[in-house]
Design a binder for this molecule. Structure first.
Ligand code: ADP
Ligand code: ZN
Length: 441
């Protein structure tokens, strides 16, 4: 890390001292409460908790008096129950991708778009990108926040932005070659797919100028990061966001690549025990809860993200004071229970991506077999191994994956090896789990 040249987009905000940051947070929280109290939803919800005026909150510790907000609340307030400004003031809406049900809708006024854009710009700049970069945004545009969120932030930095969107892999290579793309944004699963297609089609590494990628929107392991970095010879930065809290620009890794700075002048962050709902001591792993500090059209208070993470306790060498969160372990609601054992898809991914001969894509299938659950992991293998058609090599690989996985998750999985690029590829978030068990058992 030595010799790194740290650059700041908003030095006065990124390196603000913690006492000043606290004062800013309290003032912003009050402003946010003022807005929230004007909405149908929070007006009622806060009154029930004895908060009828923004001044009822006197310190940041009083945050705990504010009730949590869940995805369910956002759906119940659909469409306009959480709007804190007149509809004529709203410029744009986005909706979450609906991974776990009906999408939730978020509204932005002019100031909200500006502050979101500034956060994304600050994040992009912290990875070492600047106006000389050519940025290919290989992610879904539209209702999904990842497309326009990064687009605006990258323009703010002054990069040349190519709104390529996701999908159409061969065209993506051509764009990279034609315009000399230096940085891309994509889901990690799409990056892995791009890489294997490049190999298949014989695209030479020296025909592209790629240096960096922002990868996010779905959980992935450190091994996956390393795999993408080594295969594509680039630096990969983890990018975290959710549409309820703007989308991208909530937290992104800086050049140090050791945790994602969560912008604490825009969000109040807590990590709670998802069972007791009590805040956890700094550094312990739990559910991330976020409160918006500078959103006007739709303030969101103590939003339960369901994402499992922890704060790093030591400061980052880059000098930013904003605390960093660890790689998201998964959502509390995507945990699988297989024969009574709790398994996060991320544990499976860590094993698969850690085995070099395993390919870039995999799928977890859970079924009922009699009274028992059966876990199968379909894993792609490199085209070369498959063509060799050497049963001994394939068997050894299958057994290696099985044994390593069993040690990691304690359940004995069935491993099915399939040809590379044969499993479904999603252009947005990857669907890693196929749970075929009857729902009401
Ligand atoms: P949905 O909640 O319908 O998937 P979003 O598009 O808002 O809609 O997705 C946000 C969610 O995506 C986050 O709550 C988190 O679970 C996941 N996510 C986003 N970025 C990352 C990341 N870098 N690592 C892990 N998970 C991520
Ligand atoms: Zn840093």
């Amino acid at each position: 890390m030595s010799g790194m040249n740290f650059q700041y987009w908003h030095p006065e905000k990124e390196k603000i001292d913690r006492a000043k940051l606290g004062a800013w947070q309290l003032a912003s929280l009050k402003k946010t409460l003022g807005g929230a109290l004007r909405t149908d939803f929070y007006g009622r919800r806060l009154a029930e908790a004895g908060i009828v005026d923004a001044e009822d909150v006197k310190s940041l510790d009083d945050l705990r008096r504010i009730p949590f907000t869940t995805k369910h609340d956002l759906r119940a307030a659909f469409p306009y129950g959480m709007l804190a400004v007149g509809k004529d003031e709203v410029l744009r809406l986005h909706a979450s991708s609906g991974t776990t049900g009906v999408p939730t809708t978020i509204y932005f006024n002019r100031n909200d778009i500006a502050s979101w854009t500034a956060l994304v710009a600050r994040s992009i700049f912290s990875t070492g990108c600047d106006r000389r970069d050519v940025f290919q945004n290989m992610i879904t545009y539209g209702l999904f926040t990842g497309g326009l969120g990064f687009h605006y932030g990258a323009e703010e930095v002054g990069m040349l932005v190519i709104p390529s969107g996701s999908g159409n892999t061969p065209r993506q290579f051509r764009i990279m070659q034609d315009y000399g793309t230096t940085v891309v944004h994509a889901t990690p699963s799409f990056l892995l797919h791009v890489e294997s297609r490049m190999r298949e089609e014989g695209v030479r590494r020296d025909s592209i100028r790629l240096k960096r990628a922002f990868a996010g929107a779905e959980p992935y392991s450190e091994d996956t990061r390393r795999r993408i970095e080594e295969l594509l010879h680039i630096d990969v930065f983890n990018s975290y966001g959710l549409s309820e809290l703007n989308g991208p620009g909530d937290a992104l890794e800086c050049q140090c690549k050791n945790g994602m700075h969560l912008w604490e002048d825009a969000f109040l962050a807590e990590v709670i025990d998802p069972d007791t709902l009590e805040p956890l001591p700094e550094g312990e792993t739990g559910e991330l809860v976020l409160t918006t500090l500078c959103r006007e059209a739709m303030p969101v208070l103590r939003y339960r993200t369901r994402d499992i993470t922890a704060f790093y306790t030591e400061p980052c060498p880059c000098g930013r004071v904003h605390r960093r969160i660890r790689r998201i372990k998964g959502r509390s609601d995507d945990m699988l229970i297989v024969n009574g054992v709790n398994i996060f898809p991320s544990q499976v991914e860590e094993v698969v991506m850690g085995i070099k001969e395993a390919g870039n894509n995999y799928l977890i299938v859970v079924e009922k077999e009699g009274f028992m659950d059966r876990l199968t992991v379909k894993t792609e293998v490199g085209a070369k191994i498959f063509k060799d058609d050497d049963a001994r090599v394939l068997n050894a690989l299958r057994e290696n994956i099985r044994r390593t996985l069993q040690t990691a998750i304690t359940v004995n999985p069935r491993i099915e090896l399939v040809e590379s690029n044969s499993l479904p590829v999603s252009e947005g978030k990857a669907k890693r789990v196929l749970d075929k068990r009857p729902k009401d058992v």
